[in-house]
Design a protein around this ligand. Structure first.
Ligand SMILES: NC(=O)c1ccc[n+]([C@@H]2O[C@H](COP(=O)([O-])OP(=O)(O)OC[C@H]3O[C@@H](n4cnc5c(N)ncnc54)[C@H](OP(=O)(O)O)[C@@H]3O)[C@@H](O)[C@H]2O)c1
Length: 378
């Protein structure tokens, strides 16, 4: 982090807001209101969330561009719905709440708004929300794609897996993020396995990925990922989809999904695989979020970083909106973010930092377990 003091907020003209929401109702509500989180049950928090207005969380300052020295400031605003509620409620009701968050953001002075986690998945992935707001919107998905693919490449390197001969899998390959990640990984690896829920849709993605470096297969059966050295998972499922028996010893899994795709049982039962969270980014400047969203100081999700970078760049236009994102868009925001000083940060696994010692242990365990492993015994 930068040691120079934060600029006087009144002098800062580039601004943004970022919408967050609770994922684990009790834990996340406790972050803002410890007593409410303690007293209410999970079911009560979930139920009552439908009647909550958007919640002002905090001001964010000290995001400073390495390229220009300019700063931007922003605000966290919480949409009170959990992913479960967003799926259960009529989509119009969810849009209304997110649009109300956007109006609050605009009143605070935000010139662009980022849609965090599930608020970016709802309905048409930002189009309707952007149409109903005066300020532009991004889901942050393009930089999430860049950082997820970079994390897979880096983790492969640290685990001693040569990319050009590796087998990779993308789970949730038909989604906005998964589809572009698949196309990028098709340039890197020897075999690419795509997993989706709908055969036609996943075959369409397979066609997009063909003609590059990888031999590509597609299907709907999760057991296909047994063969993968590298797994990038990014579904919008609200429960875990990857269980201990799906992974071979030594596999690296980059879990980009929020809520996460990888079951906690993997952490408990598989000391021979490396699970990393996709998308943790170092923010340039002496940033202070004035709110603990579960990351170490100075780090943000890639989708937050995209929103901040667009603000530093003065690009006040809808950016990653809708389900049809492109490799070119991901590369463009990658270049913008990198110019301003955003970069992939260290790895985390189930909310804890991954140490070099842990990587060495996983490699060691994998070597032992590989001798007796086969897809049938997994
Ligand atoms: N870490 C970050 O910084 C960050 C940033 C943005 C988003 N995200 C997270 O990334 C995830 C995906 O976002 P997205 O925008 O790509 O979503 P999306 O476009 O809606 O795609 C979701 C994908 O998940 C699949 N899916 C949905 N429910 C499933 C289930 N129950 N089992 C298996 N597959 C299922 C969908 O299949 P169909 O095509 O058949 O529907 C689709 O392939 C979300 O969890 C979101 O919160 C993370």
């Amino acid at each position: 982090m930068d040691n120079n003091p934060v600029m006087d907020p009144a002098m800062v003209t580039d601004t943004f807001a970022f919408i967050i929401h609770p994922i684990n109702p009790k834990r996340d509500v406790s972050r803002k209101w410890p007593i409410v989180g303690k007293v209410l049950t999970e079911g009560q928090v979930n139920y009552l969330s439908a009647y909550f207005p958007p919640v002002y969380i905090s001001e964010i300052n000290g995001v400073r561009s390495d390229a220009t020295g300019n700063e931007c400031k922003g605000w966290f605003i919480a949409c009170p719905f959990t992913p479960q509620r967003m799926l259960e409620l009529p989509v119009e009701m969810v849009y209304d709440k997110i649009v109300a968050c956007g109006r609050k953001a605009a009143k605070l002075g935000a010139k662009i708004m980022g849609l965090g986690a599930y608020t970016s998945v709802v309905g048409d992935a930002g189009h309707t929300i952007a149409d109903r707001l005066e300020i532009p919107v991004t889901t942050g998905d393009s930089y999430t794609i860049m950082m997820a693919v970079e994390a897979v490449r880096k983790a492969a390197d640290e685990m001693g897996i040569p990319l050009t001969t590796a087998t990779a899998a993308v789970v949730g390959a038909t989604g906005a993020i998964g589809r572009v990640c698949a196309q990028m990984l098709a340039n890197d690896v020897a075999e690419l396995i795509l997993v989706g829920r709908r055969p036609d849709a996943v075959n369409t993605v397979r066609e997009l990925c063909e003609g590059k470096h990888a031999h590509v297969t597609a299907g709907t059966d999760m057991s296909a990922i047994y063969k993968a050295d590298l797994v990038l998972t990014v579904t919008s499922a609200i429960n875990s989809v990857i269980e201990p028996q799906h992974l071979k010893p030594g596999a690296v899994v980059c879990d980009v999904a929020r809520p996460r795709d990888v079951s906690k049982l993997v952490a408990e039962q598989r000391d021979d695989v490396l699970v990393i969270e996709g998308g943790m980014v170092e923010v340039p400047g002496p940033v202070n979020f004035h709110f603990d969203f579960g990351f170490p100081p100075g780090k943000a999700f890639a989708c937050m970083a995209e929103t901040m970078a667009l603000s530093l760049e003065g690009r006040y236009e809808d950016y990653s909106v809708g389900k049809d994102l492109t490799v070119e868009q991901a590369q463009e925001i990658g270049a913008i973010c990198s110019r301003h000083g955003f970069k992939l940060s260290g790895f985390r696994t189930f909310e804890r930092p991954v140490t070099d010692q842990q990587i060495a242990q996983v490699r060691e365990r994998a070597q032992v377990n590989r001798r007796r492993w086969s897809p049938q015994t997994a």
